[in-house]
Design a protein around this ligand. Structure first.
Ligand code: EPU
Length: 347
């Protein structure tokens, strides 16, 4: 059945924080699970491709979308399983992530305060396993409910099912299958703080924070120093992932560039993509429409009516430069819609 709230030829610019122009053949804003499932069923009947959108802070529209864009605006948050110091926070997919962080912190619960000010929605958070300042969503994640489009039923997926990695999860590998409806996080009033990240440890100078809100506020201040607010200057946060190279490649890179910034992992070494891009001279670059942020080279920004093609053209030049100089291929963090228009493989 045709959804009652269907919009035809809907502009998409305001549904992505990069604010590139595009239109959807159809758009539905779902405010409850019934509306979301009904819209999916209709798209299936009509044979239309579907693109799910949350806060739009990790995708770039490059062209018109020939199917249904399903904007997840389901709201609701509550606590469950409150026992001693622990409680589970339940968030509907459309809840604003940052507001949820402040809500949990104000209640005295720890676990996600380092993830303050990350734009986007709760339902999008597991997709790329959002992370910042030494904490990832997977650290507190318990499970989520999703509509399994393949099985045609609601399923519960645990941390193990979600196969979380660095900016990675099951949902990146099976993008068409699950519609995330609700997520559950295990928080605690007494869990240890995570203050190992340089700028955070400097902030607290060895003193224990007074509350999770104090940590969230420190994170907000640190982020505001170098990350542009998408509401003021359209961007999608880190544009590239920090690349992981083998120990062997790292040793050879380090011999040539002893000052290269990197973090050891159990299995390889993670390089700071921002440093690589900065060293190639891109920080602060701008052309007529798009550019590279002047305080964080990992963030591409849309200065003035840049299109998806403008953003991708710049991204390609940066990726090719870094590859030529360091032999490391950067991978994009945000998704590209429609899916066919991503960065062309390196020559
Ligand atoms: N650096 C430079 N020049 C730059 C940017 C960075 O030399 O222009 C150097 C910094 O001096 C630092 C290193 O690179 O030594 C790393 O920079 P930073 O601490 O700013 O973190 P990042 O690796 O660039 C990652 C996440 C961010 C997250 C921060 C803090 C990724 C792709 N990005 O950035 O996440 O906020 O760490 O934990 O992992 C996002 O995903 O959108 C995002 C903002």
């Amino acid at each position: 059945m045709r959804p009652h709230n269907l919009i035809e030829n809907a502009p998409l610019q305001n549904l992505s924080t990069m604010a590139t122009p595009a239109a959807a053949r159809y758009l539905v804003e779902a405010t409850d699970t019934g509306e979301a499932k009904a819209a999916l069923a209709w798209a299936q009947e009509e044979g239309l491709p579907v693109q799910v959108v949350g806060g739009g802070s990790n995708l770039i529209f490059c062209d018109d979308f020939p199917g249904l864009v399903l904007h997840m605006a389901l709201k609701g948050r509550h606590w469950t399983a409150m026992q001693g110091d622990c409680a589970t926070l339940v968030l509907a997919a459309g809840e604003n992530w940052h507001r949820a962080v402040l809500y949990a912190a104000a209640a005295g619960y720890r676990g996600i305060e380092n993830l303050a000010l990350i734009p986007g929605t709760a339902g999008a958070a597991p997709v790329q396993n959002i992370g910042a300042y030494g904490v990832e969503l997977s650290d507190t994640f318990v499970s989520l409910s999703a509509w399994d489009r393949q099985l045609g039923e609601e399923v519960v997926l645990t941390t193990e099912d979600c196969r979380f990695g660095y900016r990675d999860s099951l949902f990146k590998h099976e993008p068409e299958r699950y519609l995330i409806l609700e997520i559950r996080l295990a928080l605690s009033r007494s869990r240890p703080w995570s203050l190992g990240y340089g700028e955070l440890s400097q902030w607290f100078e060895g003193e224990a924070p007074s509350s999770p809100t104090a940590v969230a506020e420190a994170v907000m201040a640190v982020r505001r120093r170098k990350l542009p607010d998408p509401a003021q200057l359209p961007n999608t946060g880190s544009f590239f992932k920090n690349p992981v190279v083998s120990q062997e490649q790292w040793e050879s890179l380090q011999r040539q560039w002893p000052e290269m910034v990197a973090y050891p992992l159990d299995d390889g070494v993670k390089l700071a993509a921002g440093w690589l891009i900065d060293q190639c001279g891109w920080k602060g670059y701008r052309n007529r429409t798009v550019g590279v942020h002047h305080r964080q080279a990992l963030v591409l920004v849309n200065h003035s009516s840049g299109t998806g093609a403008d953003v991708l053209a710049l991204a390609r030049r940066i990726r090719d430069d870094v590859r030529e100089r360091y032999g490391v291929t950067l991978e994009m963090e945000p998704g590209v819609v429609p899916s066919g228009c991503g960065l062309t493989p390196p020559a």
